[in-house]
Design a protein around this ligand. Structure first.
Ligand code: IMP
Length: 432
């Protein structure tokens, strides 16, 4: 049966949540497979706005099975707070949510390490993480000795294991920050075993569930978190997140082989944004950037940090569209460009006098990259009320056509506002 992936092709915050929410109607299962509560999804349904972080957007539809797969890192208190918040608002969260017993658990020491690590490097070099303990938890997963998976919380000997880990972590953390208060293993164990009890009804072997579903007749939707340029292996390392946030992460995070994936939708903003540190060649640290930030409400869903804003970078997106095996594009927030008399697209970089169209693999080269722009005329009229791509102003259609041409993928979806009705599908789209 068809499995669809929704992947962000920039530095995250491409409005994937809205698309996943729309596509949920055509799927039986929605899966989060990487990242953790560093992600933030805003979904507007009718007059209600939901801000989701760890729970898949599919949860808003009770007929859909929502799955948090093994590649995700779980912070139990924030996961439970999110569940409670949804339940309070009348959303059903029962058997329709499944959490992998293989998912690694974020503990207080991971958050303390995240804060200490990011402030230990000189300013300008820090990653500017969300401080949710994501990186340290993934590091322990790879290191194994100090890792705890959700399923471990139900096994004998877990208190002793927590005690051993806390002993080691207290030593490391004391050496990392001056005013560190040692963690108490017994308190943490009691607290986390309490969370585990509350999470128990949701915990399952999601890998075999998803394999059965993929081999059977279920339609699966994979919901990527962050964006492909933040991919740990293929992004702008080290200014990345700690999971495979490009399309390559779907299989490792969920356990479902790539052969079952039939459609990959790459999600982009009509411009670019980035939160945190790292090079951003098309950044507009000026009035244009501020205009995009104000008009696009470009402030982080999780941290409320102002996002850095700039022009659309076709070099970067062409790379991530190829990397993620993207079939077609969803262009979000096109309405944000409405007032601009001229719009720039970066079509190539100049690095040390050379014209470059391949995205650089080393961050130092990206830092030196000067964007080569093409200027397109703006349309200077509001488009939030437009309901079909054909009815967009001619210059807006030209802009979309040029993006499609440069990236090498057709545009399937265009969004001109946060509401479900403000989404338009191309005539040839099989997503409507
Ligand atoms: P971490 O994922 O908290 O370790 O942060 C690493 C980098 O990824 C930082 O630059 C964050 O701002 C960025 N990041 C993490 N999650 C998101 C997201 O959902 N949207 C945008 N940027 C993110």
């Amino acid at each position: 049966m068809p499995a669809t992936c929704v992947i962000g092709l920039q530095w995250g915050d491409e409005a994937k949540g809205k698309l996943v929410d729309l596509l949920t109607l055509q799927h039986d299962i929605v899966v989060r497979y990487q990242g953790g509560a560093n992600a933030g999804h805003t979904v507007v349904a009718g007059d209600q706005t939901y801000k989701l972080s760890l729970i898949p957007s599919g949860i808003l539809n009770p007929a859909v099975q929502s799955v948090i797969a093994g590649g995700v890192v779980i912070n139990p208190p924030s996961c439970l707070a999110e569940i409670d918040g949804l339940v309070e608002r009348g959303i059903q969260v029962t058997k329709n949510l499944m959490i992998s017993d293989r998912a690694h658990v974020i503990f207080p020491w991971h958050m303390a390490e995240d804060r200490a690590l990011d402030s230990s490097v000189s300013s300008g070099e820090n990653i500017g993480t969300t401080q949710r303990g994501i990186g340290p938890c993934y590091r322990d997963k790879v290191g194994r000795a100090h890792a705890i998976r959700l399923g471990d919380l139900y096994r004998e000997g877990i208190e002793q294991r927590i005690e051993r880990i806390v002993e080691a972590k207290n030593r490391t953390l004391a050496s990392m920050s001056d005013n560190f208060e040692p963690l108490n293993a017994a308190t943490i164990a009691e607290e986390y075993l309490g969370y585990a009890e509350r999470l128990k009804p949701f915990v399952a072997d999601t890998t075999s569930y998803l394999l059965d579903a993929a081999e059977g007749d279920k339609r699966i939707l994979f919901e990527g978190a962050q964006g492909a340029l933040l991919d740990i292996d293929h992004g702008t390392f080290p200014y990345v997140t700690s999971s495979n946030s490009s399309g390559v992460g779907v299989s490792s995070g969920s356990g479902v082989p790539g052969r079952y994936i039939t459609k990959v939708l790459g999600v982009i903003k009509a411009y670019s944004t980035r939160v945190g540190g790292g090079p951003f060649p098309t950044e507009q640290d000026n009035d244009t950037g501020q205009h995009l930030r104000d008009r696009g409400n470009e402030y982080g869903t999780v941290t409320r940090r102002p996002r850095r804003c700039g022009w659309f970078d076709a070099v970067a997106v062409r790379y991530t569209a190829r990397l993620s095996g993207v079939d077609s594009l969803a262009v979000m927030l096109l309405d944000v460009l409405a007032a601009l008399p001229e719009i720039q697209i970066c079509t190539a970089y100049e690095i040390d006098g050379q014209r470059v169209t391949d995205f650089p693999s080393h961050v130092d080269d990206l830092r030196r990259a000067k964007p080569i722009y093409e200027t397109l005329p703006g349309w200077q009229q509001e488009i939030t009320g437009v309901r079909s791509i054909e009815d967009l102003p001619a210059n807006a259609r030209k802009y979309l056509d040029r993006i499609s041409e440069l990236v090498g993928r057709p545009v399937d979806v265009v969004s001109v506002g946060p509401d479900r009705e403000q989404t338009m599908f191309s005539k040839t789209s099989n997503l409507r």
